[in-house]
Design a protein around this ligand. Sequence first.
Ligand SMILES: *Cc1c(COP(=O)(O)O)cnc(C)c1O
Length: 344
Amino acid sequence: MRELKDLVRPNIWDLSPYSSARDEYSGHEAHVFLDANENPYNQPVNRYPDPLQRELKKVMGKLKGVRPEQIFFGNGSDEAIDLVYRCFTRPGIDNVVAIEPTYGMYKVCADINDVEYRPVPLDEQFQMSAEKMLAACDENTKVIWVCSPNNPTGNLIDSDEIERLLDQFDGITVIDEAYSDFSRKPAFRLEVARRSRLVVLNTMSKAWGCAAIRLGMAFAQKEIIDLFNKVKYPYNVNLLTQEKAMEMLQSPYEMDKWVKTLLMERGRMMEAFQMLPICEKVYPTDANFFLAKMTDANSIYNYLVENGIIVRNRSRVALCGNCLRITIGTKSENSQLLGALRRW
Ligand SMILES: *Cc1c(COP(=O)(O)O)cnc(C)c1O
């Protein structure tokens, strides 16, 4: 069994992080701040934001059922993905294993960090075999990437297989739950309290409708969160983002309403697609999108573009030949897409 120290890049384990003015002062009631070379005018954006986003973590922790010290906030979950590589993998030496097909950023960040990326194909139902994932690992495998509900396939990965992986892999397992707000199945973030090698990703970009503010998060035990905090830019989440996120979290029922509407529309769209002569198959989904196998994805994609409608052409992705990925939009947007496809 590898210790956490054996999984971390030695230079990161030994790193003394940058200590900002706002890190060094904490606790005491203060009202004169002459420590950070800020301009005293132009409130409220003149001061550096809280580098650890403490207020936001309290509120988010309650909402997600996770302790504040088990939360990392990043400039999108993409920042957390990159941090996983920079904390755990040695360039040119270590490797990671990932389901295939899946979200493209795991591979891009592996390439940027010069880390070998080992894709393991899902089966025809887009399901993962823990056994196959483990067979792809060796002593330099530091991280396994699982995305559930998976992008671009939409389906949840079987939780028994994920449990099997967590039980048997002694490196870091990352489960990307960017779409978990659209699913009724229990989320794996609730497992971080009892799994010391688990990192779960989540984001404000999808169900919360906040892709523009760039707020992603990772849930993990404190030892791992502390590593991320050590490596991240000191003020990685700006004040405007923290404030907007706080405002959104005050009205979670608004998000629930969006999700309910989107799920209803998703049902309508999937049924309608099944009736289209140019659609061969609609795949099951637990996300705010679905994958559809078409007769000729490339020409249908181009036809839609000419009509001002953009979907995602995934036909060159492994196991997704002739597939388009359809995001659920407003009722009107969805109807425009259907109308165009019926006129094909
Ligand atoms: C959209 C998406 C994200 C979100 O990334 P952000 O940087 O938080 O916007 C993360 N993972 C997956 C699988 C996604 O589809």
